[in-house]
Write a protein that binds this ligand. Structure first.
Ligand SMILES: Cc1cc2nc3c(=O)[nH]c(=O)nc-3n(C[C@H](O)[C@H](O)[C@H](O)COP(=O)(O)OP(=O)(O)OC[C@H]3O[C@@H](n4cnc5c(N)ncnc54)[C@H](O)[C@@H]3O)c2cc1C
Length: 511
């Protein structure tokens, strides 16, 4: 498995495994934890600025959301500029717009500098209001975007066969193949002397003498002067866990009967919204559509969201067949802007970049620039705007805390008879259930071959109960988004420990 779910994304086949490093340096200047767009962009930028860096990745590059994204490159965000103006002021909205344009320019410059073959293309975006309520929202978004300095205008073009009552066009957008891009950037990083170490999970960070940080990993200790968590949420319990809510989003890549693939990026304003674009994979054009977002671990029959998404696309396009369908995870920040900078409550030289909503191609790229500058000079133009320690009391914060604080404690017996399990739960093949027995809860899955997989249903992060995700065949934690495979192996942070596996004793064994 080289992505954090059972379903294949359109990008996944381009993931490459890097060789295990022959030797580990005594002390690195920077250790970057996580090899998605954030980690790899930071690594390339820092190594190019004469820092000796190591990337530590739990599985392989692109294993996380970067392998399951849709890779629109936008100058507008899930937090629209009118809301950013209201909550952060006009100057900050302008700063945000400038940052977005810089991020797309950085990606374009990297593509040119390293001659990256990643299907980078500049595009226009179209936002369609499909009813009067959305038209009012689009009016506000339009005004806010104009004030922030975004190239936006009204349009009657029918680039998408989606009826609208009002439509805005935004210039200066782009798209690319996210895994081809990070793979080439990772190769450039290695060529400059950087080290990529895969299949190693960072468990925590301690401070040693002489301002050296000690990273405890599943493969021993790594020493460094600075560390960057590019893992969404850091391991352990941190203030950020209460400021980030994990969401799942669904994607289908389909072949169209009539070949009317749009040559632009498209978005409706429904809640949650749908997003569209075209990409050619292995010489074949595909319409990539996403949406149907819900909070992680809040839905069990996740397969229904693929059916609903497909039905929705079919309303506007004549689908020939589905080439790929997959889901992936993003994190919503409590006040709408990402957290890029010093990790709150962490050691002085530990940094984090997280909370991107559905805009991580842009914010992950910006993180590279911002964190490189913070590590060299302690400062950057956007330091305050994205400061992870900012205190911004906004409506909904108490709800976030409530959701994040849904801790229960639990422990597990290490033996459990299969006979007892069978008497407790009748599972068909490819079915899962959480069963309660003797005051404890067990997460059970019967695979297609009829084999039972049983693990503790208590997340190893802060002890919330995991919920089944039937599309990706994973156990997902509703509290902070940790995810595990059917045998309890960690797929998504912040958990660093696997779920306890329950030994299924034969019926005649004593329990
Ligand atoms: C369906 C979907 C569509 C999206 N579409 C867009 C889009 O069109 N445009 C856009 O800008 N954004 C989009 N986003 C958001 C964007 O994809 C993400 O924000 C971005 O990919 C995050 O990148 P990252 O590098 O920060 O994290 P990831 O790509 O998730 O990488 C984190 C890495 O850290 C590793 N890791 C975790 N814990 C540890 C540990 N303890 N030790 C070592 N390694 C660890 C993981 O294995 C993983 O490889 C989308 C998100 C979703 C879910």
């Amino acid at each position: 498995m080289n992505r954090d779910g059972a379903l294949q994304s359109a990008w996944q086949q381009e993931i490459k495994k890097f060789d295990t490093p022959p030797a580990i340096a005594d002390v690195y200047d920077v250790a970057i934890i996580g090899a998605g767009i954030t980690g790899i962009t930071c690594a390339e930028k820092l190594q190019a600025s004469n820092q000796n860096c190591i990337v530590l990745e739990a599985v392989n590059i692109g294993h996380g959301t970067t392998g399951g994204t849709t890779a629109h490159l936008n100058t507008f965000f899930d937090s629209s500029y009118d809301k950013v103006i209201r909550d952060f002021g006009k100057d900050n909205a302008r700063l945000l717009a400038q940052a977005a344009k810089e991020a797309i320019a950085t990606i374009k410059a990297n593509v040119q500098k390293y001659q990256i073959d990643c299907d980078f293309e500049e595009k226009e975006a179209y936002l369609f209001a499909t009813d009067e309520k959305q038209a009012k929202e689009l009016d506000d978004l339009f005004e806010g975007s104009l004030e922030a300095g975004i190239d936006i205008s009204w349009s009657d073009a029918h680039t998408f066969p989606i009826p609208f009552v009002k439509q805005a066009r935004i210039g200066g957008q782009a798209q690319f193949h996210p895994v081809k891009y990070i793979r080439a950037l990772a190769e450039a990083f290695v060529k400059m002397g950087g080290t990529i170490f895969e299949d190693v999970r960072v468990q925590d960070i301690e401070e040693a003498e002489d301002e050296v940080l000690v990273l405890n990993t599943t493969k021993g200790v790594i020493r460094c002067r600075h560390a960057v968590y590019a893992t969404h949420t850091p391991p352990g319990v941190n203030l950020l866990h209460f400021r980030l809510i994990p969401w799942r989003s669904y994607v289908v890549a389909v072949r169209l009967k009539e070949g009317n693939y749009p040559d632009a990026l498209g978005y409706d304003l429904q809640d949650p919204y749908h997003y569209y674009r075209t990409h050619t994979i292995n010489g074949e054009q595909l319409l990539i559509a996403g949406g149907k977002d819900h909070k992680t671990g809040h839905e069990e029959d996740t397969e229904q969201f693929f059916r609903e998404l497909e039905d929705h696309v079919q309303l506007h396009y004549d689908i020939d067949s589905v080439a790929y369908s997959w889901s992936s995870q993003y994190y919503e920040p409590v006040d709408g802007l990402p957290y890029i900078g010093h990790l709150p409550g962490g050691f002085k030289e530990v940094y984090v970049a997280a909370g991107y909503n559905g805009n991580g191609m842009i914010f992950g790229t910006l993180a590279g620039t911002i964190l490189t500058s913070l590590i060299h000079t302690g400062d950057h133009n956007y330091k305050e705007l994205f400061d992870p320690s900012r205190v911004k009391p906004v409506a909904g914060f108490s709800k976030f805390v409530e959701q994040g604080a849904d801790f229960i404690s639990s422990f597990i017996k290490d033996k459990f008879s299969t006979e007892k399990i069978r008497s407790l739960v009748e599972l068909n093949n490819d079915q899962a259930k959480v069963v309660k027995y003797d005051g404890e809860a067990y997460a059970m899955y019967k695979d297609n071959g009829g084999q039972l997989h049983a693990v503790s249903s208590t997340c190893t992060h802060v002890h919330c109960n995991v919920v089944w995700n039937n599309a990706e065949k994973t156990w997902d934690c509703p509290c902070h988004g940790s995810r595990f495979n059917i045998n309890g192996k960690v797929l998504n942070a912040p958990a660093v420990k696997d779920l306890s596996r329950v030994h299924l004793a034969e019926p005649d064994e004593t329990v």
